[in-house]
Design a protein around this ligand. Structure first.
Ligand code: NDP
Ligand code: 8X3
Length: 257
């Protein structure tokens, strides 16, 4: 296991769920954290807690990954101490609705693809050249089991996560011959705000997603992300699929009465 002390870790979508848990897990390793999301107030609260608990440096940025110009501007104007990013966790992502494709809302599709696919590309395009130049770094994408299997009415979200799988595999090829590593951590059901966002604030409907089963906790995923990052330099974990024990596939879930 290699030490991550003082490594600069950039996490997108760190204001909630898996991103916030990754921030905590990397803080435990003594990393410096560059945290981005649109809800800057939440990031600042998280940053204050992590820097006082773990004594780590934290820099927050108001970041909308769907805005290409904003992404480029943020990463080209980072304070000097934050420019050399060692680990990028592409976590920002969402879905909207659960609808047959032929009835889907085009605006929802745009939001899903702009965030999960184009947003990941914009951030990666901004950060990766520095890693290649330094011949050092690690990109960790948060994909999904939905990037390996589809489920009814999951159409565009699943397609966006299949795209993440494809981008991870393509990046591994493009970076062959460099020391830069690329991983994808692909969870099944994790209890976060994901389903609340999906159902636009309908907490009861969101809760039903996890009813009767023991879902993954965001920190379960954060620990695996840190596990990938702490392997020795010659080890690249390409893909990890992790599900709750109560989940066998996207559609097969064991619920207790
Ligand atoms: P949450 O809704 O709890 O967190 C999503 C995060 O993404 C928030 O911090 C949100 O921040 C951020 N985000 C969304 N849109 C943007 C944007 N345009 N720009 C910047 N940040 C954005 O959900 P999860 O933690 O569950 O989701 C994190 C990732 O995990 C996603 O990629 C999701 O697809 C993936 N995933 C989730 C699973 C689950 O069961 N929960 C399973 C498998 C994968 P803000 O709104 O402040 O911008
Ligand atoms: C999220 C997994 O099955 O809740 O990536 O859509 S699912």
């Amino acid at each position: 296991m290699q030490s991550l002390k003082n490594k600069v870790v950039c996490i997108t979508g760190a204001s909630s769920g898996i991103g916030a848990a990754c921030a905590s897990e990397f803080a435990k390793q003594g990393c410096a954290l560059l945290l981005g999301a649109r809800r800057i107030d939440r990031l600042e609260t998280l940053a204050a807690g992590l820097s006082s608990q773990y004594g780590v440096r934290v820099h927050t940025v108001k970041l909308d990954v769907t805005n290409q110009k904003e992404v480029e501007q943020i990463f080209t104007s980072l304070p000097r101490d934050w420019q050399a990013i060692d680990i990028l966790v592409n976590n920002a992502g969402l879905t909207r609705g659960l609808t047959n494709l032929y009835e889907g809302a085009i605006q929802d599709w745009e939001e899903i693809i702009d965030t999960n696919v184009k947003g990941l590309l914009y951030v990666t395009r901004s950060v990766l050249p520095g890693m290649v130049k330094r011949n050092s770094g690690h990109v960790i994408n948060i994909g999904s089991i939905a990037g390996h299997q589809t489920y009814p009415k999951g159409n565009v979200y699943c397609a966006s996560k299949f795209a993440v799988t494809g981008l991870t595999r393509g990046l591994i090829m493009d970076l062959l011959g460099t020391a830069v590593r690329v991983s994808s951590v692909d969870p099944g059901l994790v209890e976060t705000e994901f389903s609340e966002v999906r159902f636009r604030g309908d907490k009861d409907r969101a809760a039903k997603t996890y009813a009767g089963l023991t879902p993954l906790r965001p920190e379960d995923v954060g620990e695996i992300v840190v596990f990938c990052a702490t392997r020795p330099d010659h080890v690249n974990i390409g893909e990890v699929i992790v599900t709750p024990t109560d989940q066998a596939s996207v559609e097969m879930v064991h619920r207790r009465a």
